[in-house]
Design a protein around this ligand. Structure first.
Ligand code: NAD
Length: 469
């Protein structure tokens, strides 16, 4: 078992000491200054560029992620987020004037964005660099000290980041704590000013309970099943290519990946054929040989995914190699769900791997009812040539976000908030929304001494005051 002193980037410091160092640094006021925030963001930009190969290699070791995918979905996203934040930071950080009703005049009101203090970012393993640093960009931009807790399931990435972070970022304000459940559990006993957790709902509940102890505000970026509706015969091949891309990127281990596809019974076979063509087109006849296809993170998740395939009607794929945690892109035929009957794990649990069930549904109405009878998804995707159908899904279902005719894009646009709802999470981030998540928008009102109209609100409440109240 690892000693605590080996789990943090400053040997000799325990979690309480790391916390105290970060708190002292925040209390010194250094992190509030705009130049500090900009310097740190620039340093993170440099860290990502100068250590690109190191990061790509670490992701390849932990997840079999190919370097291009790392650049597209991890470091590239972060560099763009930093650029966007740098461009807008002065404007976001500026106090905002707020108009007041005539009845309060003469008075002024400002809304001042202030940093929260010391914040904790807990990240999962599936995009271990992006999901650790993206919240941190907002936290730094807002002027906070940050403690980072990467996932223990991607240890090479965690070790690389623990090594490079102190060489670029403010070592008093920004700390990385490595380790697993014991370290996260200890971190959660500390009094943070915000906790930003990305991962599964079970641990999300643990985080929320721990935060309640200190009344710490929490952002939960969770997962769940993201459904797809398909009835667009006109764009069949294009849709299949887009679904296959969204599903099989990172071997299906993406929180906003299409989880299962619903379509009418007469379309099931044609869609499966088109998906097969799309997979062959992307990854060739044997995805195991493709340098562009990832691996399952560990044996536990590999076994879990294989268990979903027991007794399943596999239409395509299914090949697996436990040695290398390989699981081929797999398409499974699912009968229409029977209301009230218990569902197989493929339909009741988040798949989070390269298995795509194609579910026969009587109609889009039945699909909407099915979605509404389950947890609110993080993402919902609709591929339909009918505007009415698309809008029915948008208006009559609730999800963190919606993608029409393309998956995943809604999660990667800095100008849009990204987050779940209900079981898929609470709170949101990206771009300005990250800045606001890690800021307190403090109202400051000044009522001048001229014209003391406030007397109307003070007793004694004469007949005249009662009349105008
Ligand atoms: P994980 O196992 O790496 O856990 C995430 C973090 O929680 C880790 O840092 C880990 O140390 C910590 N943790 C684990 N067990 C704990 C415990 N008992 N107490 C305290 N801390 C604990 O990652 P995961 O949860 O398997 O990640 C996959 C899930 O995350 C999926 O459900 C996926 O949909 C979701 N996800 C959501 C988003 C999003 O942005 N909404 C992004 C990626 C993943």
């Amino acid at each position: 078992m690892r000693h605590q002193s080996e789990t943090i980037e400053r040997p000799g410091q325990g979690i309480a000491e790391v916390m105290a160092t970060a708190r002292r640094r925040f209390d010194s006021g250094a992190t509030r200054s705009l130049p500090w925030r900009i310097t740190q963001l620039d340093a993170l930009h440099r860290l990502l560029r100068e250590n690109a190969t190191l990061i790509e290699d670490a992701l390849s070791t932990d997840l079999g992620k190919c370097p291009t995918e790392t650049r597209l979905a991890e470091t590239g996203v972060l560099l763009a987020d930093i650029d966007h934040t740098r461009r807008h930071l002065r404007q976001w950080a500026r106090p905002r004037r707020v108009g007041l009703p005539l009845s309060l005049w003469p008075a002024t009101a400002r809304l001042i964005p202030q940093p929260l203090g010391v914040v904790l970012v807990i990240a999962p393993w599936n995009y271990p660099v992006q999901l650790l640093f993206a919240p941190m960009i907002g936290a730094i931009a807002a002027g906070n000290a940050v403690i980072l807790k990467p996932s223990e399931l991607t240890p090479t990435v965690s070790a690389v980041l623990a090594d490079v972070i102190p060489r670029y970022l403010d070592t008093d304000a920004i700390h990385l704590v490595q380790g697993g459940v014991p370290e996260t559990t200890e971190l959660l006993t500390q009094r943070f000013d915000h906790i930003f957790y990305t991962g599964n709902g079970t641990v999300g509940r643990v985080v929320l309970r721990a935060a309640a102890e200190h009344l710490t505000p929490v952002t939960l970026e969770l997962g769940g099943k993201s459904p797809v509706w398909f009835d667009d015969d006109k764009h069949l091949d294009q849709v299949a290519r887009r679904i296959a891309w969204g599903k099989f990127m990172n071997a299906g281990q993406t929180c906003v990946a299409p989880d299962y596809v619903m379509t009418t019974p007469d379309r099931v076979d044609t869609l499966i054929e088109a998906l097969k063509r799309a997979v062959l087109d992307m990854l060739g006849p044997d995805a195991a040989q493709s340098p562009d296809y990832g691996r399952i993170v560990n044996a536990r998740h590999h076994t879990r995914l294989l268990s979903y395939l027991e007794g399943a009607d596999v239409a395509f794929g299914g090949q697996a190699d436990p040695e290398t945690c390989y699981l081929a892109p797999t398409i499974v035929r699912m009968p229409a769900p029977v209301p009230g009957a218990s569902e197989p794990p493929l339909m009741s649990e988040e798949i989070f791997g390269p298995i795509l069930p194609i579910v026969a549904m009587a109609s889009s109405e039945a699909a909407i009812d099915y979605i509404n009878a389950h947890d609110k998804p993080l993402a919902l995707y609709v591929f339909s040539a009918s505007r009415t159908t698309r809008e029915s899904f948008v208006e009559r279902t609730s999800s963190g976000g919606v993608g029409l005719d393309a998956p995943m894009l809604q999660a990667g646009i800095e100008a849009l908030p990204f987050g779940g709802i209900g079981a898929s999470g609470m709170g949101s981030y990206h771009g300005r929304y990250s800045f606001e998540t890690f800021s307190h928008l403090k109202p400051v009102v000044r009522r001048s001494h001229t014209l003391d109209t406030l007397g109307f609100a003070r007793p004694p409440f004469t007949a005249f005051k009662q009349k105008i109240a």
